[in-house]
Unconditional design. Structure first.
Length: 564
């Protein structure tokens, strides 16, 4: 009788052979056979499918369905798929509550979860299916850490809702809260809007954080070009998932690793993509974190340098007219790549997991006749990109200002200081914010929050009240990609770590000068130091558990808020 363990191992089982091959591994094989894997399946490369499906949001709702198609692609290409799940936290649902503190923390937990499953089961390759904001960078971070062949597939944008004859997104609902407080909408109007704004599966519809990061991953090359901008409910998304499975197996066969794809040049391309699309300031935070996992020295100053030379060419909400599904209909992210390649603003030779270079992706872009979503770079929407990095005596380590969606580059006014988002929202709701004010929300940074909550609940309410063009907002927290107006976030050092923002008092004159790249307060260095010396240490909001551990170990926002 022949030895059943004598069959040669597939050469692409570079990792999993140690788990499955030979008589010594009979116990492991016995357990895997209990759930349906036979000898043939275990002889093939084992490819993980990491989904972030969860029943708390529409953003990730279609992932189990997409996983089935990715499975087919892996099987047809000669691999054995093994599906597993991670957590996710909905920014949109938790916004404005204590629950929002879990959002950024979830990025690290998701990355850790993917890493542990792949390391623990010696998988040969990986397809990550992602949706809501933190799941996208988390998957890229995990791939960077593991450096096993793999890719990331975004499950797609939600379709816009229709409200009284116009397209709407979740941004409109947040702003409606402020409009209701100002008497510009009735509660019945808001209720009608909330019922139609989110019509089905998919992540937030504008160039908010999810779609910004989905675009980023195509420019990073770690998502197959053209796959991410396919909307969640488009039948073509099934084919994109199937093809992702096949591409992953090609990567496994060729031992093409994330470190071969996500290079310094690719990171610079990704920064340019954020700038050119008026994308979310969270792109800064997440690209810094991805670079950290790759051991590449990307800094916030690189964002200012690249954005300063990169025009805005995509007319997408929150600063523009269109939504992500419109970009897909226009011809997709490839159109943005085409314009940036044309002007020499990206590294065209950077590779994509699908085997093409960025220049080849750009050359293959097919533009829909008459589309207005992506404009020629010779006639850009704005001459420079949608964000800038400021420093000054309020932000010695830097902060981020979003420029897309408004034209104001300067504001000087009295500070209105709040030590939490809730305090500020109560003042907004009470109509206590005045034109000219600089609204300051502190102790909401990575450590102080902890978790660096997004301020969309506040910023959208201010816009809804009609104050968006008359005030500025400064915070050591962060913003949703749906935020627009003169808003400065990621102030570092944060208040909880003794940053100068902790020294501010009501009435201090704060000045934002985007052209001068400064955020400052009209106080001497001695006065700031004296005030900081008089401050009692901040009270930690959580004494134990994941949020307490995160607060103790998280780095500055200027370094990507990574765990040390």
């Amino acid at each position: 009788m022949s030895d059943p363990y004598a069959r040669p191992s597939d050469p692409a089982k570079r990792r999993s052979a140690a788990l499955t091959d030979g008589v010594d591994r009979a116990p492991a094989r016995a357990m895997l056979k209990a759930i349906g894997f036979d000898d043939d399946a275990l002889a093939r490369p084992l490819v993980g499918i990491a989904t972030t499906w969860i029943e708390t949001m529409p953003c990730n709702w279609n992932q189990r369905e997409l996983a089935r198609h990715a499975r087919r692609g892996i099987l047809d290409a000669g691999g054995t798929p093994m599906e597993f799940n991670t957590i996710a936290v909905s920014d949109g649902v938790s916004m404005g509550t204590e629950g929002m503190r879990a959002s950024l923390v979830s990025r690290e937990v998701i990355a850790d979860s993917i890493e542990l499953v792949v390391r623990g089961h010696l998988l040969d390759g990986l397809v990550c299916i992602v949706g809501c904001d933190k799941t996208i960078p988390a998957a890229a971070m995990a791939l960077a850490r593991l450096d096993v062949p793999g890719l990331v597939l975004y499950n797609g944008s939600i379709a816009p809702g229709r409200f009284r004859g116009k397209d709407v997104t979740i941004q409109d609902v947040f702003e409606a809260v402020g409009a209701a407080a100002a008497g510009r909408m009735s509660n019945a109007d808001v209720h009608e809007l909330e019922g139609v704004a989110c019509p089905g599966a998919g992540a937030c519809g504008g160039q908010f954080t999810a779609n910004t990061m989905a675009t980023v991953l195509e420019f990073l090359g770690i998502s197959p070009a053209g796959s991410n901008d396919v909307p969640a409910t488009d039948p073509a998304k099934h084919e994109a998932a199937y093809e992702a499975g096949r591409v992953a197996m090609r990567l496994v066969r060729g031992d093409v690793r994330p470190s071969h794809i996500m290079t310094r040049a690719a990171l610079e391309n990704a920064v340019a993509a954020v700038a050119a699309t008026g994308g979310s300031t969270n792109g800064v935070l997440h690209l810094l974190a991805i670079a950290h996992e790759l051991d590449i020295d990307l800094t916030i100053d690189d964002f200012d340098r690249i954005a300063g030379r990169t025009p805005v060419v995509a007319d997408i909400k929150p600063g523009g007219r269109f939504v992500a599904t419109d970009l897909h209909a226009a011809g997709g992210v490839g159109l943005v790549a085409r314009e940036l390649v044309k002007a020499g603003l990206v590294h065209g030779d950077a590779p994509n997991v699908d085997g093409r270079s960025l220049a080849e992706v750009a050359a293959a872009a097919v533009e829909s006749p008459g589309q207005e979503v992506v404009v020629p770079i010779e006639r850009p929407l704005k001459a420079t990109g949608g964000l800038a990095i400021l420093r000054g005596n309020l932000a010695p380590e830097g902060c981020v200002v979003k420029l897309a969606g408004h034209e104001r580059l300067h504001h000087r006014g009295p500070a209105r200081v709040f030590d939490s988002e809730e305090e500020c929202f109560a003042a907004v709701k009470a109509k206590a914010i005045r034109p000219g004010d600089v609204v300051v929300i502190r102790y909401e940074g990575p450590a102080g929050g902890p978790g660096m909550r997004e301020m969309l609940h506040v910023t959208a309410a201010l816009v809804g009240e009609g104050l968006g063009e008359e005030i500025a907002l400064v915070t050591d927290g962060r913003f949703s990609g749906a935020t627009h107006g003169l808003m400065v976030g990621h102030v570092a050092p944060e208040a909880a770590r003794g940053g100068p923002i902790a020294a501010l008092l009501d009435g201090d004159v704060v000045e934002l000068d985007v052209d001068g790249r400064t955020l400052s307060v009209a106080l001497s260095e001695d006065e700031i130091a004296a005030r900081l010396a008089d401050l009692a240490p901040p009270v930690q909001r959580y004494g134990k558990g994941v949020l307490a551990r995160y607060a103790a170990g998280v780095s500055s926002a200027s370094e990507g808020a990574v765990l040390r």
